[in-house]
Design a protein around this ligand. Structure first.
Ligand SMILES: C[S@@+](CC[C@H](N)C(=O)[O-])C[C@H]1O[C@@H](n2cnc3c(N)ncnc32)[C@H](O)[C@@H]1O
Length: 284
């Protein structure tokens, strides 16, 4: 597989990266840092949750490492917290990371992380301190759907950044079997929240069917609404309710994808019944 990247100037003056092979711009509207702050750092309440944690190590999954804008922004916001964080980044290529390291000055956010990027490129892990934060960062370089389905262990996360290309472009990253397996890999005793930029009905029914509680996520400047999911309702401030369920029942694009083939379809009878029986919607 060949990957090539270029710098792009966004309308608001910030610089981002474009994958030429995939025809996709990373963080296309508000830019890498602003998107990471709104969508992941604030919405997942990373500083508050990390600060309050009594676990020996706090685990963050970063699905779609790309150029590491999300991770570097998160580390900067967590720098004053004297805790240990383990970041597990997933991507099938480290080429955007290499490109970001080689264009650190133009992009801005990689500055100060060049050594960490170099270690990830060379040996897929690194350890360092950033302010008072102690960081262990590893890169899992593999096809994510295959990696998640494998029996190889992974540390159970407290938070997940889910930043793949859209379901229409990259359906393999949005199937129900993938999210079911991801849910199985959570520790039921460990609260975990997942944020993603999409608000698609199909994504939300997929997360619900996989076992998550699902809520509307904050606006990011690019999207008027995003999605937040969790294995506990306590991390979902705005849970989807009966209005949303009614719309999903009428939608022509709501049935989860079973395979990596993108198609739009209304909910099947079996999915409708399962959704109505989900603890989030079940009437007391
Ligand atoms: C929108 S970009 C991520 C941007 C990134 N989070 C950042 O902060 O720069 C999506 C990423 O998903 C990765 N990706 C796409 N399909 C994948 C797959 N099947 N397995 C693993 N990674 C995949 C791409 O290589 C790309 O880096």
């Amino acid at each position: 597989m060949e990957f090539a990247y270029s710098l792009v100037q966004l309308a608001n003056g910030t610089t981002s990266i474009r994958s030429l092979a995939e025809g996709e711009t990373f963080h296309p509207v508000i830019g890498p840092v602003a998107e990471a702050e709104a969508l992941y750092v604030r919405q997942l309440r990373l500083p508050e949750r990390l600060q309050a944690s009594t676990d020996e190590e706090w685990v963050l999954w970063d699905v779609g490492l790309g150029s590491a804008a999300n991770v570097t922004t998160a580390i900067r916001h967590l720098a004053e917290i004297p805790q240990r964080i383990r970041i597990v980044s997933f991507d099938h290529t480290l080429e955007p990371l290499r490109f970001a390291r080689d264009h650190a000055q133009e992009l801005g956010y990689p500055v100060g992380f060049e050594t960490a990027f170099g270690a990830l490129l060379e040996r897929q892990h690194c350890e360092f301190t950033h302010g008072r934060l102690s960081v262990h960062w590893q890169a899992e370089v593999a096809d994510f759907p295959s990696r998640i389905q494998s029996t190889e262990p992974l540390p159970a996360p407290h938070a997940i950044f889910y930043d793949a290309y859209s379901p229409a472009r990259n359906p393999a990253m949005w199937t129900l079997p993938l999210f079911r397996r991801l849910f199985e890999r959570l520790n039921p005793q460990r609260h975990c929240a997942v944020a993603t930029y999409s608000r698609a009905t199909l994504l939300r029914t997929t997360l619900l069917q996989a076992g998550f509680f699902v809520g509307a996520g904050e606006a990011t400047g690019e999207k008027e609404e995003t999605t937040l999911a969790s294995n506990t309702p306590s991390l979902i401030p705005r849970p989807l309710g009966s209005d949303w369920l009614g719309r999903a029942m009428r939608s022509t694009s709501a049935e989860p994808l079973e395979t990596a083939f993108y198609r739009q379809a209304p909910l099947t009878e079996a999915t409708r019944a399962a959704l109505m029986d989900h603890p989030q919607f079940r009437q007391p």
